[in-house]
Design a binder for this molecule. Structure first.
Ligand code: FNR
Ligand code: LAC
Length: 380
């Protein structure tokens, strides 16, 4: 199901200067179902809202007179030097909002040196993205399917297509309580969406290129294995040549287990507030996990990143990288690949400015002394 493109074109794109501008501009360009699916969260959406609010509960502590003429965003993720710490979060069904879909977002990522993480449930699969940006950094997000043969195929094809990491999502044994989706009958969207169709045809097909067409499943959720457990993680680590990251780690205890089971990184994430409502925000869950991991593996975070200052705060708290989800989809909805690229450029420009004004031109020099709990925090 595609967006209805006969809509009011909204403001000219040169007037869209912030992620929030793109969010507003995206609204009329999305169908009711697409909007509910993308912008919605679980339950009362307490965690969804708090993901963004939590970054605002932190205040910055800028230093001055440090000479910030040349800011340096470069950082290391999984042992590889990257131009900056942003990563495209894996999001399913991107062609719901624009025919450019995941390939469009991938091109935006490539143009900006951003790592592209492709969802197992991408409407345009891992092969098509690999073909579109063959020499650029790509990670593959794995949903482990009930059918372990298919899961193994997905793992092997990720390496064959030149993906550099396997991001195993661990916070979705079952689908969250998606009330906005129910009200808009979103189950229908995913059934008729290209990716759902591919999953029915065989999830390997979902990873194998443009997957429009085919027979939709009753519910793609049923394909994902609710019994996934730590021994599976050890197996994925030993079966795959790629470093494994676990996405959806929310406690220090599980970060420790992730290390014990061979993960090379954890992504502190509550799935954009879409799974278990009333869990902590990414921002609030981050610090105990950074402390427990103590530099042994990479720690990334996502949820509610909307400003360059949010990125600074995440890095100051000890994250090595930051994933961005919905903002890219809003950019895609407004202007296809170009819109998604613009959103990344806005975040990077804001990040440069925020670093300079914090008196810390190198992202790798950020530390906790640059943030404090804001006095206004209690009122949020
Ligand atoms: C997601 N997310 C997600 N995560 C994942 O591991 N696999 C997936 O297929 C999806 N699909 C998906 C679809 C949509 C529409 C959204 C909004 C999110 C979660 C995503 O990777 C990320 O954790 C959050 O989106 C980050 O929060 P923000 O940046 O959207 O606030
Ligand atoms: C979602 C799944 C696809 O959040 O991860 O909708």
């Amino acid at each position: 199901m595609m967006a209805d493109h006969d809509h009011d074109p909204g403001p000219p794109t040169h007037l869209l200067r912030t992620v929030a501008d793109y969010e507003r501009a995206a609204l009329p360009s999305m169908s009711d179902q697409a909007r509910s699916y993308i912008d919605g969260g679980a339950g009362d959406e307490i965690t969804l809202r708090d993901n963004a609010d939590a970054w605002q509960r932190l205040a910055l502590r800028p230093r001055v007179l440090t000479g910030v003429g040349e800011s340096d965003l470069s950082t290391r993720l999984l042992g590889v030097t990257r131009p900056h710490p942003l990563v495209v979060a894996p999001t399913a069904f991107q062609r719901l909002v624009h025919p450019d879909g995941e390939v469009g977002v991938a091109r935006a990522a490539a143009a900006t040196g951003t790592i592209m993480c492709v969802s197992t449930l991408a409407s345009t699969g891992a092969a098509a993205v690999a073909e579109a940006i063959p020499d650029q950094a790509r990670w593959f997000q794995l949903y482990a399917f009930v059918d372990r043969g298919v899961t193994r195929d997905l793992i092997q094809s990720a390496a064959a297509y030149g993906y550099e990491a396997l991001v195993v999502t661990v916070d979705r044994p079952v689908l969250g309580v998606r009330e906005r989706e129910w009200r808009s009958n979103v189950r229908d969207v995913s059934r008729h969406g290209p990716s759902g169709a591919a999953a029915a045809a065989g999830p390997a097909a979902a990873a194998a290129g443009d997957t429009a067409g085919g027979t939709p499943p009753a519910d793609y959720s049923a394909l994902i294995d609710p019994n996934l457990n730590w021994s599976d993680i050890s197996r994925f680590v030993s079966e795959s040549s790629l470093p494994v990251l676990l996405k959806g780690i929310m406690t220090a205890e599980d970060a420790e287990l992730a290390i014990e089971h061979g993960a090379r990184g954890v992504i502190v994430s509550n799935h954009g507030g879409r799974q278990l409502d009333t869990v902590l925000s990414g921002a609030d869950a981050l610090t105990p996990i950074v402390d427990a991991v103590a530099g042994r593996i990479d720690v990334l975070v996502d949820g509610g990143i909307r400003r360059g200052t949010d990125v600074v705060k995440a890095l100051a708290l000890g994250a090595g990288g930051v994933l961005v989800g919905r903002p890219l989809t809003w950019g895609l909805a407004v202007g296809g690949a170009e819109g998604a690229q613009r959103v990344i450029e806005i975040l990077l420009a804001e990040l440069h400015t925020a670093l300079a004004l914090s008196g810390c031109p190198r992202v790798t020099d950020l530390n906790r002394s640059f943030v404090t709990r804001a006095p206004w925090a209690g009122s949020k």
